[in-house]
Design a binder for this molecule. Structure first.
Ligand code: HEM
Length: 201
């Protein structure tokens, strides 16, 4: 049995590449995203994280305690960023990502969420900076990001100890990537429809 992290990384690399190519992510990575569109992207993240974090705290308090409640605070950071951009912080009523009773599925979802803090670290350190200086969400654990990632990977490896659980986690991780892709694509589509011939992103 190989490492769970290596397996999840391999199984989701295509999904990450697809996300990188999506207009909002590509715009953010190249420093070309307009502030209003960045706010739309943060909203899409908030729509995911708000129900997910509430559900985890409510339904899986032991996992939250084991991993540390700081990992379930991202919706708060998103609200701080949206407030800085003077945008409303309402959460859409659309469906949240389902919270499983299976720990392997939760681990797959958490792998994607925690892994995304690595990309955030690169973005918040890049010279272009984040639009409007709203960097709290992408800054995430700041100087502790790598230490938090290592601690998470230790938990992941001790949780996904057989092939079946790794497969299950990978299926969920891919579904989480698609969920983000869908949310970002929806925002991009709305921008395209609203901005007509103006520069889009
Ligand atoms: C917003 C722009 C993003 C950029 C520029 C980006 C970039 C990166 C980079 C450079 C890494 C490797 C970091 C390292 O090894 O030090 C990484 C890892 C990762 N990212 Fe992203 N990312 C972004 C968004 C996301 C999003 C939205 C998700 C999922 C929702 C995501 C999921 C992951 C995962 C799971 C890993 C860990 C892969 C592993 O096991 O090593 N990323 N990302």
């Amino acid at each position: 049995m190989g490492s769970a992290r290596d397996f999840l990384k391999k199984m989701t690399s295509e999904s990450h590449r697809a996300l990188d190519a999506s207009p909002l992510v590509a715009g953010l990575a190249t420093g070309k995203l307009k502030i209003s569109n960045y706010a739309g992207m943060l909203h899409a993240y908030l729509d995911f994280f708000d129900p997910w974090e509430k559900g985890m705290i409510d339904q899986h308090p032991r996992i939250v305690k084991t991993l540390g409640s700081i990992r379930f605070n991202k919706s708060q950071w998103l609200r701080e960023d949206l407030a800085k951009l003077a945008t409303n912080c309402s959460v859409s009523t659309g469906p949240g990502f389902p919270i499983s009773v299976e720990i392997a599925e939760l681990a797959g979802c958490l792998y994607v969420i925690e892994g995304s803090t690595l990309g955030g670290m690169h973005l918040s350190r890049s010279s272009a900076g984040l639009p409007g200086g709203a960097n709290r969400f992408f800054q995430s654990y700041g100087a502790e990001t790598m230490a938090q990632w290592s601690a998470f990977i230790a938990w992941l490896e001790s949780t996904l100890v057989d092939e079946e659980s790794q497969q299950r986690a990978a299926r969920t991780a891919i579904a989480v990537f698609s969920d983000f892709q869908r949310r970002f694509d929806q925002v991009a589509e709305r921008i395209e429809n609203e901005s007509g011939l103006e520069s889009k992103f």
